[in-house]
Write a protein that binds this ligand. Structure first.
Ligand code: C2O
Ligand code: CU
Length: 469
């Protein structure tokens, strides 16, 4: 068995995952468990998967529906599920030790809440996340628009990368110091819905909506279609743009972030969606367009009307600065570490614990691992107050900063006010960036703020805040 065969194994996963399930009575069961991805006649790739599918089933709902899921943990270790981007009750947020107890192997937990917003969201573990996601646990959660732009197909593309070892298995070097201190864990094989360089067959005249979800631990996707198809960006992080923006430059999608695009097949041919890595580009997936005749370009799609969350009141809102620190090549902000602490970590690791070294900070504090319940909140705010946060990134690395339980409005980047209404749940900071966001803290509870490069979060780049009812 060689690596090539195993990549075929990955390529054997379905390009379009299961259709959404119909709303049934009572909870739907969802079970994370060890599984094997296999194409017929080949050696299987061991993964961890929701309902034996990589990625997990696409959960599809309409706005206002109840999500009702009975999670049945069949993994050899504890887990939780976080419903990324959903404005849900705190007890359903899936953050271990902060909003719920870990779900032990063999145990169940019922997640039940109403879906307040349409859009493209996703679900993933929030315990030992850097390892559990890397082993294959992630899926899309789609809440359909009330009045979506008409399309011939509405497809989820869950983007990921995989680090395979010399035997072609998932490399088990999770939390490697070098990865934690640099860009995070990058894999050498890029997949769409678990498939290597898949093809999507279209006919001229067809219009397709692609819901792109970046489920990679650390990879920044920078995607652009080859000339020959017409494409637009219509939503970010699930939230519709005021109008469709032509997609004719690399579209940056940081870990955790989503982008909804619409593509029109106007002439026959093969058109790659390319991933840019500096100057180099590789095909991530290819649209294979058939049909005898070219079709006339169609007008841009009209994104669904967007109902934003309450507008923050900027006058009088307290400004919280979150200055990121640490990481390789950084001159400031490395967390304090002592020989005793290092020795204790080494002992825990020898006993089988998987954890990162403290390498990253927010305002000088490193909160390593899944223990956010053990430190005080970065700030408290009475429910209904407006909050401003300024993220400052003096480090040498990119950080997609994600906030739980709320959507925020990006007000400015590097002093430039943003003119479009940019509502998001994650803001991507390039090295040197400063971005200011604001939101109404209307959802009571304790909510995480963290970098979605999972190794950065594990290595300390996370904190929480409390909205007091
Ligand atoms: Cu997608 Cu705190 O996570
Ligand atoms: Cu980061």
């Amino acid at each position: 068995m060689n690596r090539r065969e195993l990549l075929h194994t990955l390529a054997g996963a379905p390009l379009i995952t299961l259709p959404g399930f119909a709303q049934a009575q009572g909870p739907r069961s969802l079970s994370p468990a060890p599984a094997a991805l296999a194409a017929a006649g080949e050696t299987a790739l061991p993964v961890w998967a929701y309902d034996a599918s990589v990625p997990g089933p696409v959960l599809r709902y309409r706005r206002g529906d109840w999500l009702d899921i009975d999670l049945n943990n069949q993994l050899p270790e504890a887990t939780t599920v976080h419903w990324h981007g959903i404005r849900l009750p705190n007890a359903m947020d899936g953050v271990p030790h902060l909003t719920q107890a870990p779900i032990e192997p063999g145990a169940r937990f019922r997640y039940r809440f109403k879906l307040p917003d349409s859009g493209t969201y996703w679900y993933h573990p929030h315990l030992g996340a850097a390892e559990q996601l890397e082993r294959g646990l992630a899926g899309a959660l789609v809440v359909e628009d009330d009045s979506p732009p008409p399309v011939d197909q509405d497809i989820v593309w869950l983007l990921d990368d995989w680090r395979l070892d010399a035997q072609g298995r998932i490399a088990e070097d999770f939390y490697r110091f070098h990865d934690v201190a640099h860009a995070g864990r990058l894999g050498q094989r890029l997949t769409v819905n678990g498939a290597l360089r898949p093809e999507l067959a279209l006919r001229t005249g067809q219009r397709v909506r692609l819901r792109l979800v970046n489920a990679a631990n650390a990879r920044l996707f920078a995607l652009q279609p080859e000339p020959g198809i017409n494409a637009w960006l219509i939503a970010r992080d699930g939230m519709p743009a005021p109008q469709a923006v032509p997609w004719d430059a690399p579209l940056l999608i940081g870990p955790g972030m989503r982008a909804d695009v619409v593509v029109d097949a106007v002439r026959a041919g093969r058109f790659a969606i390319r991933q840019f890595n500096g100057r180099e580009a590789e095909a991530l997936a290819t649209l294979v367009v058939g049909g005898a005749n070219d079709t006339a370009p169609r007008p841009a799609p009209v994104p669904s009307p967007y109902t934003p969350p309450p507008e923050p009141m900027l006058a009088g809102a307290v400004l919280h600065t979150m200055r990121l620190g640490g990481g390789a090549r950084s001159r400031e902000g490395w967390p304090a570490d002592t020989p005793e602490a290092r020795a204790a970590r080494q002992q825990r690791r020898a006993a089988g614990a998987r954890e990162a070294d403290p390498v990253w900070t927010i305002n000088g504090q490193a909160h390593v691992g899944d223990h956010h319940g053990h430190h005080p909140p970065a700030f408290r705010v009475p429910q209904g107050r407006s909050v401003r946060i300024a993220f400052e990134n003096p480090t040498a690395w990119w950080h997609p900063m994600h906030l739980h339980g709320h959507h925020f409005k990006v007000l400015s980047r590097n002093g430039e006010p943003l003119t479009e209404a940019a509502w998001r749940d994650t803001v991507l900071l390039a090295p040197g960036d400063r971005a200011e966001v604001a939101f109404v803290a209307d959802n009571p509870g304790r909510w995480l703020i963290h970098c979605h490069v999972l190794e950065h979060h594990a290595g300390g780049m996370g904190t929480h805040f409390e909205v007091m009812a």
